[in-house]
Design a protein around this ligand. Structure first.
Ligand code: E4P
Length: 214
């Protein structure tokens, strides 16, 4: 499973990329707003750090507006994937962009039927939001399972990019199910590397090593 980092914070991206585990980056308008920086500049900097897809979102309610917003983003770097909300107008925009070979990412997917339509329209990636479904007492990981099954049934090339990942268990479940990608916040990525027995083991080795005659 590929791992993307879900942030617009350049320091976090640099740090995680230095671990050798980052295959791409997802941003959204809320993450960009949190940084208080120029959108295009942030996307440009991210593309210089990570050699993989970088999602940048458009917000227009209609397809012509989405396509207009997409233009300057696509020109930043060939790795930019235009992130488009899951609406009928969004599907139109995805169809146009995918015809031109531009990477697209349909976001805010909350049902398997939405995921089916997104794949038919030619989306490169779709993001089902695991955590936000859990928040409303729906089983987010169950949606990933359904979509992986459906895409597998018909060999649809669209990649399932599990989003709104909140815990290490979400990541583990996505990997077991066969999601193509999980986009993970920086703090959760750090948690994936941790185990108390690793820390205890390091301490013991260090304590014992101090007793060795050198
Ligand atoms: C990713 O592309 C999504 O925008 C993001 O994962 C949403 O996560 P949240 O539900 O924690 O805001």
């Amino acid at each position: 499973m590929k791992l993307f980092i879900d942030t617009a914070n350049v320091s976090e991206i640099k740090e995680a990329a230095s671990w050798g585990i980052i295959d791409g980056v997802t941003t959204n308008p809320s993450l960009i707003a949190k940084e208080g920086r120029d959108f295009a500049q942030v996307v440009k900097e991210i593309c210089a750090i990570v050699d993989g897809p970088v999602s940048a979102e458009v917000l227009s309610p209609d397809a012509p507006g989405m396509l207009k917003e997409a233009e300057p983003l696509i020109n930043i770097h060939p790795n930019v994937a235009v992130k488009i909300p899951m609406t009928l107008e969004g599907l139109k925009a995805v169809k146009e962009l995918s015809k031109k070979g531009i990477k697209t990412h349909i976001t805010l997917v909350f049902s398997a039927n939405q995921a089916l339509l997104a794949a038919k329209a030619g989306a490169t990636f779709i993001s089902p939001f695991v955590g936000r479904l859990d928040d409303v007492s729906e089983y987010g990981i169950g949606l990933i399972e359904e979509i992986v099954l459906i895409y597998g049934n018909y060999e649809l090339p669209t990649q399932v990019l599990a989003a709104s990942i909140r815990t290490p268990l979400h990541v583990l479940d996505c990997a077991k199910i066969g999601a193509h990608i999980a986009t993970v916040p920086f703090n959760v990525l750090k948690m994936l590397a941790q185990h108390p027995l690793t820390d205890i083991g390091i301490k013991k080795f260090n304590d014992d090593w101090a007793k060795v005659k050198k």
